[in-house]
Design a binder for this molecule. Sequence first.
Ligand SMILES: [Zn+2]
Length: 78
Amino acid sequence: MSPDADYKTQQQAETLKKLEANPRVTVIRVAAPQNCTVGQMIQGVYAKGEAPTLPVEGCSRANGCICTYEPILEEIYP
Ligand SMILES: [Zn+2]
């Protein structure tokens, strides 16, 4: 694995940790671009603790995996 990929893995892991620690985040969505075939396969909504590791191993995108975690927030009704 290249140092760049290592860095990305760490960044993504930190992002995921922050989202999972946020009580307003109910579920986590994995978003993948059209040209990331592997990402397209894992794209979807995951419960906390069940989201797959990003960047996806085997991602075929030319300039590196840009799949991301997106928080889905609880709607607050006062
Ligand atoms: Zn990807």
